[in-house]
Design a protein around this ligand. Structure first.
Ligand code: HEC
Length: 274
């Protein structure tokens, strides 16, 4: 055999053995995996996504959420953390409440595509469905700074629509003060000059509203002082903008339905022991 042939056969063996070991063998091993049922009467686990949640998976994929969020809970053997005595421990994911056990291949049998993710700029979302309410998910998607000042997650205001209120406010409308809704996706505060002008115009009405709020009803307030102005502003920013509301678009509804359906690692599986 000349040298070219040796290199060729060597390369062929290298690539084909890794293909056999990393593609073909796992395919044979895992291809037939079925949902799990402890007893014949139990619901199978996992269940395939349906309807809006299935549509939401496409929005999640398109918006690139998996570039910052994984969907895989690590085993109790990995993920170091240090307890109050400085002792090194493992199993940080389960301790954080990201799932009751590690995730295994069976958790993903219906996922097309499987969005395991490689980066954890934000928390793992495999089991986020059980962590927050629907209203929280909407407000957080609209602008994550609503809850965490420091959040580096982008806002997704294009999944929401700002519209005039006709008749009653929609029950789907986000319950957010104008601080978050005047300029969707951003945080809005009037400048000192603008606030003075607003107070000149509507100062009495705003003060009356401040005092009729049960939280402030006994607090004296003087809109003439700097402190009074600031307290009125802080209050006014938490009130809703008159005549407009922010409602989720179909895609916004779908994304949140998907997030609420993310409940991997909740049902115990015999193969996921540690
Ligand atoms: C640039 C990175 C980045 C992108 C892209 C991103 N996120 Fe986040 N996400 C974060 C960070 C950082 C946090 C933690 C701070 C916070 O709660 O806002 C977070 C938190 C979350 C949480 C709360 C998780 C928890 O357990 O507290 C959810 C739910 C979430 N993101 C969903 C999404 C969805 C859905 C998308 C895509 C539409 C997305 N994220 C895109 C960085 C990102």
């Amino acid at each position: 055999m000349d040298r070219g042939m040796v290199i060729f056969v060597g390369a062929l063996l290298t690539f084909s053995s890794s293909w056999l070991g990393l593609v073909l063998f796992p395919f044979w091993q895992l291809n037939g995996e079925q949902p799990y049922r402890k007893d014949a009467a139990d619901d199978p686990y996992p269940l395939a996504l349906q309807g809006t949640a299935l549509a939401g998976q496409k929005v999640y994929q398109r918006e690139g959420c998996m570039y910052c969020h994984s969907q895989q809970v690590r085993s109790e053997k990995f993920g170091n953390w240090w307890d109050e005595h400085g002792q090194e421990r493992t199993g940080a994911d389960v301790k954080r409440g990201w799932g009751q056990r590690r995730t295994v291949s069976r958790d993903y049998i219906y996922d097309r595509p499987t969005m395991l993710g490689t980066m954890r700029t934000g928390p793992d979302l495999a089991n986020v469905g059980g962590r927050y309410s629907e209203a929280w998910q909407h407000a957080h998607t609209f602008n994550p700074r609503v809850f965490n000042d420091w959040s580096v997650m982008p806002s997704f205001p294009w999944l929401y629509r700002k519209e005039k209120v006709v008749g009653e406010r929609s029950e789907r409308a986000l319950k957010l003060g104008r601080e978050w809704t005047v300029d969707p996706g951003y945080r809005w505060r009037p400048s000192a000059g603008q606030w003075d002008a607003i107070l000149r115009d509507q100062g009495e009405a705003i003060t009356a509203r401040f005092l009729s709020d049960p939280a402030h009803s006994t607090a004296a307030i003087d809109p003439g002082t700097a402190d009074g102005k600031k307290r009125l502003l802080d209050f006014w920013l938490t009130t809703e903008e008159e005549g407009v509301q922010i409602v989720p678009t179909g895609e916004g509804e779908a994304l949140v339905a998907y997030l609420l359906a993310l409940r991997k690692a909740e049902v115990p599986l015999p193969e996921a022991k540690e």
